[in-house]
Design a protein around this ligand. Sequence first.
Ligand code: AP5
Ligand code: MG
Length: 201
Amino acid sequence: MKLVILGPPGSGKGTVASRLAKDFHLKHLSIGQLLREEACRKTKSAKEISKFINKGDLVPNQMSIDLVKKQVKKNKNYILDGFPRAIGQAEGTKDLDIDLVIYLEVSEKDTLERLGKRRTDPLTGKTYHLIFLPPPKNIIKRLIKRKDDTPKAIKERLNVFNKETKPVLKYFKIRGMLKKVNGAQTPDKVYAAVKKAVEEL
Ligand code: AP5
Ligand code: MG
């Protein structure tokens, strides 16, 4: 099974994808996370990648396409979290044979509320929300905020979504591959709706 999950920043892509990965035995390929890991390495491209991410801009298409191609070679069943998010990326990976593209629809107001109180556990990589998906009390002190969760970078990420990724949603809709899910519900309800769509495949 080959899935894609798209949606604006903070729409819940990672939250849903990690549960799908567990239930359907899929490799969770978060391109944002893979790029953040790449940015921490001591390589030539690491600094360049950091700059794009911290500003809220997309890394160049060829870079994300190469990263995805490398990963999908190693995994037969996967969920691509946040890829493709530009038409050039969709065109450059036509041969992937994606089964379904899930689009989490969430308003800008909701995404801002979610990103403002998102925290990540550096030890497990798990993501929480201080109100909506609260972490266990004993780990709160070690939780961190993502570097691109600043008002300026969030604004840019939303602009990029509207300008670059919305055409990708249309691209998949025309091809009958898009499943729109109301992402503005509780995490369990959103997940149930997504799971149903995947089970119907
Ligand atoms: P990426 O890491 O993908 O960031 P993003 O798209 O901005 O999305 P987020 O990860 O911020 O949010 P999410 O939708 O995963 O929501 P989450 O589940 O965390 O990309 C980062 C950067 O990498 C990009 O800006 C770009 O620079 C680069 N990049 C990535 N992909 C690229 C590509 N294809 N090409 C080029 N560059 C690329 O949830 C958010 C919060 O809400 C959490 O606190 C969570 O607990 C909470 N929450 C989740 N669901 C709910 C719910 N139903 N109700 C209430 N709260 C909820
Ligand atoms: Mg994410």
